[in-house]
Design a protein around this ligand. Structure first.
Ligand code: C2E
Ligand code: CA
Ligand code: CA
Ligand code: CA
Length: 260
């Protein structure tokens, strides 16, 4: 019977899900808007349960967070990315991994990730850390330390979901990130013609003045793409270009594509 799992089912089957590879990773390509070239991808966690089928990340991930399981899941995703890199003929493009606030709390997360990367001997430039802006809620120090630590180790950091939190500007001011990801679903609302478009335009300008490249995510229409190009947004990601892909398909894409 295919359905979303209950909290209890999620908690009790998590261990087995990791062991059996029910939890896996898809890769959503990111493109340079002006050259059309592939520049990397975001790793996204998936769970295909043998009985209940494919689970929705926005449903099961908050449960993993709430019950202290996300840390293991995210380290697993990171290790999967390492295995993916090692399955490529040579290392190709950076893959970004999502970090939950709960990964940082009570864990030496950056060093744990580092230990895995070193085990697989993959150069640090093939990973980007994605930290969501809203993870600053209830503790700016936590993410600011994480960003500092990631930088010390040589990782680039992308600020995820910029504009979705309630203190975007102060975060932008205080956190020196390497990319700003704007989720069009937060910033544009009904369309880019009205106030949403003005705000997106202003954010891209502001980021440029801060020397921080912008990546728009959730790009679904040609109108959005044209608008983003016209305002000088650097990178794009969204269904218009590609859905998140199984690793085999992403590898094919990598091999076929003109790498930047
Ligand atoms: P996110 O980090 O903001 O990831 C982007 C989400 O937007 C993904 O949803 C992606 O599939 C979806 N998306 C991409 N392009 C489009 C588009 O054009 N239109 C629309 N409507 N959606 C698009 P997904 O994979 O369901 O993940 C949802 C959220 O779950 C992520 O949001 C992230 O917060 C969390 N998540 C996913 N993977 C991981 C992970 O490995 N670790 C952690 N901690 N969180 C994760
Ligand atoms: Ca993300
Ligand atoms: Ca996002
Ligand atoms: Ca998110």
């Amino acid at each position: 019977m295919h359905r979303q799992m209950t909290e209890q089912e999620i908690i009790s089957s998590f261990d087995q899900a990791i062991k059996e590879g029910q939890i896996y990773v898809e890769y959503q390509p990111k493109y340079n808007h002006s050259t059309g070239r592939l520049i990397g991808a975001e790793a996204l966690m998936r769970w295909n349960h043998p009985e209940f089928g494919e689970q929705v990340p926005n449903d099961f991930i908050p449960v993993l967070e709430q019950y202290g399981l996300i840390h293991r899941a995210d380290l697993y995703v990171f290790e999967e990315i390492c295995r993916f890199h090692n399955s490529c003929p040579n290392y190709m493009l950076p893959i970004s991994f999502n970090i939950s606030r709960h990964d940082l709390f009570g864990h030496d997360y950056v060093n744990e990730v580092e230990a895995i990367r070193r085990k697989y001997e993959i150069p640090v430039q093939y990973f980007h850390a994605e930290i969501t802006e809203s993870s600053a809620i209830g503790g700016f120090d936590l993410i600011s330390n994480a960003v500092k630590q990631f930088h010390e180790k040589g990782y680039l950091v992308e600020m995820d979901d910029f504009g979705s939190g309630y203190s975007s500007l102060s975060i932008l001011k205080n956190l020196p990130v390497d990319f700003l990801k704007l989720d069009l679903r937060f910033l544009a609302g009904e369309g880019l013609g009205g106030r949403g478009g003005i705000i997106v335009n202003a954010v891209v300008l502001m980021a440029r003045w801060l020397n921080t490249p912008t990546l728009a995510e959730g790009v679904e229409t040609i109108e959005q793409a044209d608008f983003l190009k016209s305002i000088g947004c650097n990178y794009v990601q969204g269904y218009l270009y590609s859905k998140p892909l199984p690793k085999e398909d992403f590898l094919m894409l990598l091999l076929a594509h003109d790498i930047e």
